[in-house]
Every structure is written in structure tokens, then in C-alpha cells.
Design a protein around this ligand. Structure first.
Ligand code: LIP
Length: 258
């Protein structure tokens, strides 16, 4: 499956690259939530091709109606993660594909064709960036850690979510090296996997934002939980907290300061 999967995703990457440098038609799914004709075209291409090649799996995808699709043997697609970056030509944007067997992680692919970075992981076989093995950082001190986060689309409509962003920022910022917000959850998880960031947290993500990056991170030696420190559950948890493992408890404790 791996070779075919990567071949298809690289083809889709050509579509993303073409779109990145072109004029785009944009519509809004919500106040801050953008979608372009490229999101739809890449998703349709991936769905059609995967359906032909990988008949055992159903497909859950960002721009589709997923109501009647049961999460089981599933391929979870984000055709463009970091759509706002894609629209504004910030090169932190990617295709994210997570493959799950009986709801259990199997393979994850995160592909940024603009920077030519392909992250791949298969459970039990390690994580790779362009075929080079990936490992999380060994820093166990929050004060010297680079932490990444993201802001939910609901920050424009839900005061509770906006307040929570501010509270957590106030808890973390004075206690870490610095904070980054680059705008793609899938890539943020891969950046923890490659040791660039020590930790990452965000609220209100969808399964397609994180399904692949979580597999890359765990295969690189990292850890992913919800805000209470329990395993992060796709489709259920509000918060994701991801780290190199060494500073997980410290990050959780600091995020949860009152
Ligand atoms: C986006 C994320 C981004 C996050 C946004 C959104 P999209 O995904 O990856 O980091 O902050 O809330 O979920 O919409 O570009 O696929």
C-alpha cells in the first residue's frame, strides 16, 4: 500500500503546487474558515483514486459530507491543511492523509510540496522525512522549549474559546523559550516529530487536521494526549497536546494553570 499511497499523494502535491502559485477562487465555510477550488479538486482526486486502489477502506475527508461514514478501516484526508497559508502563499501548507485499520493508526503521510518535504510513518516501522529517520528532541526543560500552537476558527465567534486561547498563552509564554503559530496542525505535529518544536497544543481541530501527524509523531518517539493527559481520541477531544514526551507533564501542568 505504501508505494501506491505515496505515488498518489505526490501527484496530488503537483495540484497543490500549481494552485499555490495561481490565482484562487475562495469561499468561506464560516467567518474565518476558507476553502478554495483547489481544496475541492485535490480532495476529489484523492477520494476517487483511493476508492479505486484501496477498496478495503472508506474515506473521510474535510470537504465532504461524512455523516454516514463510520470510522473503522478509514483513510482520513485533509486535501490542504493550512488553507489560509495556501491562499496567502505562506509555504507552511500540506496534504495530510491518515490511514486507520479498525480505528487504529496504520500509516500517516504529510506532504508539503512547496518545500518538498514528505513525512511518512507506518506503525512499528518508524517515522521519516524524505526517507531520513525522524526523532523527537531530547529537551526536557519547558523554559528552553520552542512551543507551537494554533488559533481556532471559532476565535471570531465564540468568546469562551477566545478567552481560553488568551489564558493558555498567558500561562505558557513566560515559561517557555517562545511560541510559534505557523498555521498547519499536520505540519506542527511533524515539527515536533523532527525535533524542531518540543511541544504543540491547539483546540477544536478536526480528525483530518491531525490523523496523519499523530502517527508521524508517535513513530518519532513523541506523545499525544488531550488536555487531561489521556490518549487523544480522534473525533472526540477538544484539545490536543503533543510533545517529545519528556516535557509532556510539564506542558500539561502549565497549560492548566488557573
Ligand atoms: C487548519 C489547521 C490550523 C488551525 C486551523 C485549521 P485547515 O486546518 O491546520 O493550524 O489553526 O484552525 O484547523 O482548515 O487549513 O485544513
Amino acid at each position: 500500500m505504501k508505494d501506491k499511497l505515496l505515488q498518489i499523494i505526490k501527484e496530488a502535491g503537483e495540484m497543490l503546487k500549481e494552485g499555490y502559485f495561481s490565482q484562487k477562487e475562495i469561499t468561506f465555510k464560516a467567518k474565518k474558515d476558507l476553502v478554495t477550488t483547489y481544496d475541492i479538486a485535490i480532495e476529489n482526486f484523492l477520494k476517487e483514486t483511493f476508492a479505486k486502489e484501496f477498496t478495503q477502506f472508506n474515506i473521510i475527508a474535510e470537504e465532504s459530507d461524512n455523516h454516514n461514514i463510520e470510522f473503522k478501516d478509514s483513510i482520513i484526508i485533509d486535501p490542504i491543511d493550512g488553507t489560509t497559508n495556501f491562499v496567502n502563499q505562506v509555504p507552511h501548507t500540506c496534504i495530510s492523509v491518515g490511514v486507520y485499520k479498525n480505528k487504529k493508526p496504520y500509516m500517516g503521510v504529510v506532504y508539503n510540496p512547496i518545500l518538498e518535504e514528505l513525512y511518512f510513518a507506518q506503525v512499528g516501522c518508524g517515522a521519516f522525512l524524505n526517507d531520513e529517520p525522524l526523532h523527537v528532541s531530547q529537551d526536557n526543560d519547558l523554559m528552553t522549549s520552542l512551543i507551537s500552537t494554533g488559533f481556532p476558527y471559532t476565535s471570531g465567534t465564540c468568546e469562551d474559546d477566545l478567552n481560553d486561547v488568551m489564558v493558555k498563552m498567558k500561562n505558557i509564554l513566560p515559561n517557555c523559550q517562545d511560541i510559534r503559530r505557523l498555521g498547519s496542525a499536520a505540519l506542527d505535529l511533524c515539527y515536533v516529530a523532527r525535533g524542531t518544536y518540543e511541544g504543540y497544543y491547539e483546540m477544536n481541530l478536526k480528525a483530518w487536521d491531525v490523523s496523519a501527524g499523530m502517527i508521524v509523531l508517535s513513530e518519532a518517539g513523541g506523545k499525544c494526549t488531550n488536555i487531561d493527559g489521556n490518549d487523544y481520541t480522534l473525533f472526540e477531544d477538544k484539545y490536543i497536546v503533543a510533545t517529545n514526551g519528556l516535557m509532556h507533564d510539564k506542558l500539561l501542568e502549565t497549560l492548566n494553570l488557573k
